[in-house]
Design a protein around this ligand. Sequence first.
Ligand code: UDP
Length: 326
Amino acid sequence: MKILVIGGAGYIGSHVVREFLDHGYTVTVLDNLSSGTRRNLFGEAAFVHGDIMHPVRLREVMSEGFDGCVHLAALKAAGESMVSPEQYAEMNIAGTINILNAALSAEMPNMIFSSSAAIFGSPQYLPIDEDHPKNPENFYGFTKLEIEKLMEWYDRLKGLKYASIRYFNAAGYDVQGRINGLEMNPENLLPIVMETASGLRKGMSIFGDDYPTRDGTCIRDYVHVNDLAAAHVSAFEHINEMKQSISVNLGSETGVTVSEMIQRAREMTGMPIPAAAAERRPGDPAELVASSAKAKELLGWEPRHSDLDTLIDSTWQVYCKNFSLT
Ligand code: UDP
């Protein structure tokens, strides 16, 4: 089976590529290397340096004949999307339309789309299941929801099958240590904790310590990137066999506070990690926790590496390798 992974040189994409390779698939990566890195490429996978904003090139690549396409090439900073919606509209919506249209013209049958918990907005109840109302509160979440709706129509009108996988908070690095490319200028909590532990930052901010949670800091559902990657392979197998599109939430179903993450990282790294309470970050809900019951039922998916210690340790290992720390 042949799979095209668009955005396969990025943080999540490289883990997805590794997982498909481990399952014996023939993989081609298409990436413009804007945030991905050549360090994340594997010799066993073909690489095309290409951009989703070039429909002709996309159609050429797609016409090589793939059984499925995983699409992870997108801008993902929620805060930035509120300031530069044009960029997000172009990359995330127009870029995905280019991919979907190329897929149709090449008769590529299966699409795996990286969606996000951001499509739901502030939770009306917890844990968040697939039926939860979808009211994105940032433009990034809006772009993901628009693509979900578009894929529904393309399925109905053209028979393109899709799996939409709504990530909660992706974290961690390959537990076998095969992926070591770090994201530049990360905005997510765990990489920032690690940059502080590594001494790249003098200190970090805790965005709000007066939320109605057990220690006043926000609760998130962190899911290990190896677990996410495994769900992509299962989702492809599922839609390919069942010929039915699916949308699933993917999280560990466990809530961790910002302070708990920092404190456990201090204990595990032995580094001080100075952290000071700061203003709340606009648009941050107090608590986000997934229900992954549907992923478990449909895909037989179980999180295997999403415990806090594995998330922290697998990330710390990569920082130690990159910065020669002990
Ligand atoms: N956070 C923080 N300091 C940081 C980065 C993040 O306190 O330097 C908090 C953020 O406010 C949120 C949680 O950590 O409550 C997770 O944020 P992240 O950006 O990783 O993911 P999000 O939940 O926004 O998708």
